[in-house]
Design a protein around this ligand. Structure first.
Ligand code: PLP
Length: 432
C-alpha cells in the first residue's frame, strides 16, 4: 500500500510542491496532504484506504455529494458519444438556457473552462464595452489567477500571506485599484478620483475566499448604483456562490430575501455549474455579451469551451439540484456550523461564525469581520490544531482558516454524527 507521505514525496519530484493548486500542499496547516483515490456521496478515500467525511467537496462543485449517480451516468453517456468536438453541440444551448432560467440578470451566456477564464473574459469585455482601462477590486476577494486579479487576493494568496504574485508587470498591477470591502467611502473616493477611467467594479457576490464575509446590507446595490452613475459596469462573481447558496445563487438569495433591486451587468459562474468537471461561464446583459466575438470586437475562445462531457455534468447537476437539495444543504450547514460554534464556546475559544446561505466559516476573533484587515486580525494559529484533530477523526476540512466549508446534500445522519463527535476534541486542540 502506498502511504500519503510516499505519494507526496513522489509528487514533489515531478510537480512543483507536489500539487497542482497551492492550498492542496497543506502549507498553512502543516503535515502531509492526503492523496485521494475515490469519493462517493459524503465521503472521500485516501491512498491508505482511510475514509473521511468531506467538507471541501472539491471547493464547492459537489453540492449533490461525490459521484452522484445521475451526474456520473450523464458523463459516461456523453463520453461514449465523443470527448470533444471543437464545434457546437445542442447541450451547450441547453446548459445556457438553464442558467438564463435561474439568473434573471443573465440574458446571454458564454461557456468557458475555469472560473479564472470567466472573470478574465468578463473584465476584458467590460474594458472593450466601456473603452476604459481601470478595474476596481476588493482586498481579500479572489477571482482566479489572471494577472490583473492577483493584487491582495484571498484564497491561496491569503493562506500563504502573499500580497500578490511575482511575474505580474507593474503596468498590469497599476490597472487594478484595490480597496477595502464593505467600505462605501472607499468606493466613493476611488470614483471621485478615477471615475471616468473605471471600466468595472468586480466583487464576489458574497466574499468567501477570506473565509465568508458577507456584503453589508445594501452594499452590492450601492456598487451597482455607483458604477452605473459613472458609466462603469458591475461584475458580480458568483463562481463560488452561484447555484450553491440557492437556485439563483447569491443574487437569487438576496432577491428571495426581499432584494435590493439592483442588476449586475455581468455575472461569472464556475464550480457547481460544471458539476465537478472543468466548466465555467460568464453572462449578463445581452448588448454587452454580444460584444464578444464573433459578433463583437472583444476576443475570447477555447478549444475545450463548452466541452460536451463537462456540459453533460453541468446539466445533470443543475437539473438534480431542486428545492429539496437546497433545503438539505441549508439544514446541514446550520447544524454543523452551530455545533462547531458550540464546541469552540465550550472550550472558551473566541470565534465568530460567518454565514452566506449554506456557506460558512469561522474566524478566531470576537467580532464578525467585515473586510480583509479584520479577517487577518484573528488567532489564525489555532486553526492547524483544529484542522488536524478533525482530520485524525475522519473529517476533511479546507486546509486553511481563510476558506469556507462546503456541505453537500449527501451528508446523511452517520456522516453528520461523525462530524459532531469529532468537534469536542478539535475544539480542545484549538484552545490549547
Ligand atoms: N472566482 C471565485 C469567487 C472563486 O472562488 C474562484 C475559485 O475559487 C475563482 C473565481 C477561480 O475559479 P477557478 O479556480 O475555476 O479558476
Amino acid at each position: 500500500m502506498t502511504t500519503n507521505q510516499e505519494a507526496f514525496d513522489r509528487a514533489r519530484s515531478a510537480i512543483p510542491g507536489g500539487v497542482n493548486s497551492p492550498v492542496r500542499a497543506f502549507g498553512s496547516v502543516g503535515g502531509t496532504p492526503r492523496f485521494f483515490v475515490s469519493a462517493a456521496g459524503a465521503h472521500i478515500t485516501d491512498v491508505e484506504g482511510r475514509s473521511y467525511v468531506d467538507l471541501v467537496n472539491s471547493w464547492g462543485p459537489a453540492i449533490l455529494g461525490h459521484a452522484h449517480p445521475s451526474v456520473v451516468q450523464a458523463v459516461q453517456d456523453a463520453a461514449a458519444r465523443g470527448l470533444s468536438f471543437g464545434a457546437s453541440t445542442p447541450g451547450e444551448t441547453e446548459l445556457a438556457e438553464l442558467i438564463l432560467a435561474r439568473v434573471p440578470a443573465v440574458r446571454k451566456v458564454r461557456l468557458v473552462s475555469t472560473g479564472t477564464e470567466a472573470t478574465m473574459t468578463a473584465i476584458r469585455l467590460a474594458r472593450g464595452f466601456t473603452g476604459r482601462d481601470l478595474l476596481v477590486k476588493f482586498a481579500g476577494h479572489y477571482h482566479g489567477h489572471s494577472d490583473g486579479l492577483l493584487a491582495e487576493a484571498g484564497s491561496g494568496l491569503a493562506t500563504m500571506a502573499m500580497p500578490g504574485s511575482a511575474g505580474v508587470t507593474a503596468a498590469t498591477a497599476a490597472q487594478t485599484l484595490v480597496i477595502p470591502y464593505n467600505d462605501r467611502d472607499a468606493i466613493t473616493a476611488v470614483f471621485a478620483e478615477f471615475g471616468d477611467r473605471i471600466a468595472a467594479i468586480i466583487t464576489e457576490a458574497a466574499a468567501a475566499n477570506m473565509g465568508v464575509v458577507t456584503p453589508l446590507p445594501g452594499f452590492n446595490a450601492f456598487l451597482a448604483e455607483t458604477a452605473h452613475a459613472n458609466g462603469a459596469l458591475l461584475i458580480v462573481d458568483e463562481v463560488l456562490t452561484g447555484f450553491r447558496v440557492a437556485t439563483g445563487g447569491w443574487l437569487g438569495l438576496e432577491s428571495l430575501a426581499g432584494g435590493d433591486g439592483y442588476t449586475p451587468d455581468l455575472v461569472t459562474f464556475g464550480k457547481v455549474v460544471g458539476g465537478g468537471m472543468p466548466l465555467a461561464a460568464l453572462g449578463g446583459r445581452a448588448d454587452i455579451m454580444d460584444y464578444l466575438a464573433p459578433l463583437g470586437p472583444v476576443y475570447q475562445a477555447g478549444t475545450l469551451s463548452g466541452n460536451p462531457v463537462a456540459v453533460a455534468a453541468g446539466i445533470a447537476t443543475l437539473t438534480a439540484a431542486d428545492a429539496s437539495v437546497y433545503e438539505r444543504l441549508n439544514s446541514a450547514a446550520e447544524l454543523i456550523s452551530d455545533a462547531t460554534s458550540a464546541a469552540l464556546t465550550a472550550e472558551g475559544v473566541a470565534h465568530t461564525v460567518q454565514r452566506a446561505g449554506n456557506l460558512f466559516s469561522f474566524a478566531f476573533r470576537s467580532t464578525v469581520p467585515e473586510n480583509y484587515v479584520d479577517v487577518k486580525a484573528q488567532e489564525a494559529f489555532r486553526y492547524p490544531a483544529f484542522f488536524h484533530s478533525m482530520l485524525d477523526s475522519g473529517v476533511s476540512l479546507p486546509p486553511s482558516v481563510y476558506e469556507a466549508w462546503f456541505v453537500s446534500a449527501a451528508l446523511d445522519d452517520s456522516a453528520t454524527d461523525r462530524i459532531l463527535s469529532a468537534l469536542p476534541g478539535a475544539a480542545r486542540a484549538a484552545a490549547a
